[in-house]
Design a protein. Structure first.
Lengths: 124, 134
């Protein structure tokens, strides 16, 4: 199922609405890479609250998305990983190393705001 | 109880989603709850993906399992793919013959209580895994 991407100020919010197939995940990756350029976004929030499983492929793809967007000048934060999903990821040894995570949408926005403030301070 | 099994044909990555959803539904029916449901779904996801990546097509069979006083779920993933040359290596965490994370098979083993792999080069691979109700 297609993931809607909303523009919110300087950020993009991708809100996953249902379970995702591998193809959906790759589509999301390509959509975000394009939109970040289109809207000149500095930050992207991917809300995965509804996902009941984040397996090795999803982890690898989310990591790739975050690294790709970073190369395009945007920070990514994954929000809404459910406790059971987190537990299964730990059991599988899956990590989102180098990728920002936050509890929910609100915390995700706060995370991006903190990052952009830091970058302003350092004259970036 | 042994007959309420489900069978999912795996032909593309979209079928991985169907397999794990059906697996989750059966697990609920059998009395699993909470994080066990997620662990079972994640294990199905990994072995189903293994079929798509290595054998292209195959099938997943989901059944109730019983052994003595233990009750649980039995998941069988079967394909007629190329088979696995070196099972010991394939079961090593982080080992992948393609661009994966090398998490699939060893990961699924960790998530389940029992895990058995039967493979023959040129014939195919069958993974049987079980999780018991606590």
């Amino acid at each position: 199922m297609h993931v809607p991407v909303l523009k919110q100020g300087g950020y993009l919010i991708a809100s996953v609405q249902s379970v995702l197939s591998d193809a959906d995940l790759l589509q999301l990756r390509d959509d975000l890479a394009e939109r970040v350029g289109q809207f000149r976004s500095r930050g992207v929030i991917i809300d995965v609250t509804v996902l009941d499983v984040i397996d090795s492929f999803a982890t690898r793809t989310l990591r790739a998305v975050a690294h790709m967007l970073k190369l395009r000048g945007a920070e990514t934060v994954i929000v809404g990983i459910q406790p059971d999903v987190a537990f299964a990821m730990v059991q599988l040894g899956l990590t989102l190393e180098g990728v920002g995570t936050a509890l929910d949408l609100e915390e995700g926005l706060a995370y991006l705001n903190r990052l952009s403030k830091k970058n302003v301070k350092h004259g970036k | 109880m042994e007959n309420d099994g489900t069978h999912v044909a795996i032909n593309s990555n979209a079928d991985i989603v169907e397999a794990r959803q059906k697996g989750r539904a059966l697990a609920i029916e059998l009395g699993f709850d909470g994080s066990d449901l997620t662990l079972i779904a994640a294990a199905i996801s990994e072995i189903a993906r293994n079929i798509v990546d290595h054998a292209k097509t195959g099938e997943i069979m989901l059944n109730a399992a019983a052994q003595g006083s233990k009750r649980g779920i039995c998941i069988i993933a079967a394909d007629q793919g190329p088979g696995i040359k070196d099972v010991t290596k394939a079961m090593q965490y982080g080992y992948s013959t393609r661009k994966g994370l090398g998490v699939g098979l060893p990961g699924a083993k960790w998530l389940m209580d029992e895990f058995d792999i039967d493979t023959k080069v040129g014939v195919g691979t069958t993974v049987t895994m079980k999780k018991w109700l606590h």
